[in-house]
Design a protein around this ligand. Sequence first.
Ligand code: AMP
Ligand code: MG
Ligand code: MG
Length: 308
Amino acid sequence: MASSPCLLMRLVASSYSVADKAGKLVRNVMSAGDLGIVEKTGADDLQTKADRMVQKSICTSLARKFPHLTIIGEEDLPSSDVEEDLIEAGQYNEILKHCCPAQYSNIKEEELVVWVDPLDGTKEYTEGLLDHVTVLIGIAYEGKAIAGVINQPFYNYEAGDGAVLGRTIWGILGLGSFGFQLKEVPDGNHIITTTRSHSSKLVNDCIAALNPDKVVRVGGAGNKIIQLIEGHASAYVFASPGCKKWDTCAPEAILHAVGGKLTDIHGNAFQYHKEVKHMNSAGVLATLRNYDHYATRIPHAVKDALVP
Ligand code: AMP
Ligand code: MG
Ligand code: MG
């Protein structure tokens, strides 16, 4: 008799459905037209009705099914009853057809930390740059990002009639990443993707020192990892604090599952245990291939300015 799926596979399968529902909520809030924008720390740090609603949906849906998980969401929300129509109870059965990597087959709920960014790229969402937006659910074990789900609610929104709107990408270390076509930037072509709404002199000095052929400025950490795995950029370089653990956990797992590397600007791996500091103070450096090409060229002055 086939054994029942391990906890990790069930959690990723549920996270897939929960992220899919989140994508629908993100689209619905946009089409209803009232975004309910609130400034958090300032004009470049926004929260909308979609951020709030989706965080409630994801965190409550997962907590009901997996009550012993630690779930950390970006938004600081007052505790309140969650409407039943925000709950997603489904799971994506395709994921359960895959075998759980042996090293994760005996994990218990108490040992997992789930990092939730209900809407990554909020600034771009409010400006109508809709395909920059993603929903991120990252799963960490022993402080390491081991699995992730990225929903892109407006994928294909400019593709015209007949194109399916939205998609979900998922990945598990030791298994691979799915839901997209892996593509590399041709060797020797250096395309850097970075922030479009959180630039600074340091961010731009760092990019200039790397002497890229092209710079792709787009919103969202999730979206920038999609640029790497789909061959639109060769490195994600962000020499600034500002990005948090919920921004990097799911993207890191998906990138690492296809052989890429994501670290801070010094080359340190991120930790994702539940007590870790949320801010990625020393920036982000990520590539699908040729990590060392970029890591060895980050100027000392940039490193000195970013304390982990
Ligand atoms: P970006 O590449 O600018 O879209 O940033 C990626 C993620 O990090 C998004 O979730 C941003 O909100 C967050 N982030 C980056 N820099 C800052 C900042 N200076 N203040 C607030 N959030 C930031
Ligand atoms: Mg974010
Ligand atoms: Mg967010």
